[in-house]
Design a protein around this ligand. Structure first.
Ligand SMILES: [Zn+2]
Length: 151
């Protein structure tokens, strides 16, 4: 667990090359605490990602965040065979899975992240997945893993 005493400068440095700025610092501070925060409008109740400071429904700046529970379904699935170098990503060992997942507790709110603990052939649109975390550069990053299905 990361320390909650991270300064904004720490966040910028540790999550580089991701863009941490005054609009997204709270989002990435959540990552550091293994919490996936999404924007929430205190005027109309709407929730959304990406983590922008104005409500896309009512244009209010009265926003805070809520934390997603983490269960969702695959909305879009990609298998990357090449791409920019990233720590922990090796395209020579097989395709790198990336999915856009819609959260069950916030319909319409989606996050794109990698999928872990899954074979590429198991990854299909509509697959139930759950939020998990992995470390890159010593900092937590969100990922998804297939949800165990009980029969
Ligand atoms: Zn609103």
């Amino acid at each position: 667990m990361s320390t909650p005493t991270l300064t904004d400068a720490d966040l910028v440095e540790r999550y580089a090359p991701l863009t941490v700025d005054k609009d997204t610092a709270d989002f990435y501070r959540g990552w550091a605490e293994r919490e996936l925060r999404i924007r929430h409008c205190t005027e109309c109740g709407h929730t959304w990602l990406p983590f922008r400071p104005i409500c896309p429904r009512c244009w209010s700046f009265a926003v805070d965040h809520v934390v997603v529970q983490g269960d969702g379904t695959v909305h879009l699935m990609m298998l990357l065979h090449q791409g920019p170098p990233a720590p922990g990503v090796d395209y020579t060992t097989g395709p790198y899975p990336v999915a856009t997942v819609e959260f069950a507790d916030h319909p319409g709110v989606r996050l794109t992240a990698t999928i872990v603990d899954a074979r590429p052939e198991d990854l299909v649109v509509g697959r139930a997945v759950s939020l998990t975390w992995f470390e890159r550069n010593g900092m937590p990053h969100p990922a998804f893993r297939p949800t165990e299905v009980t029969r």
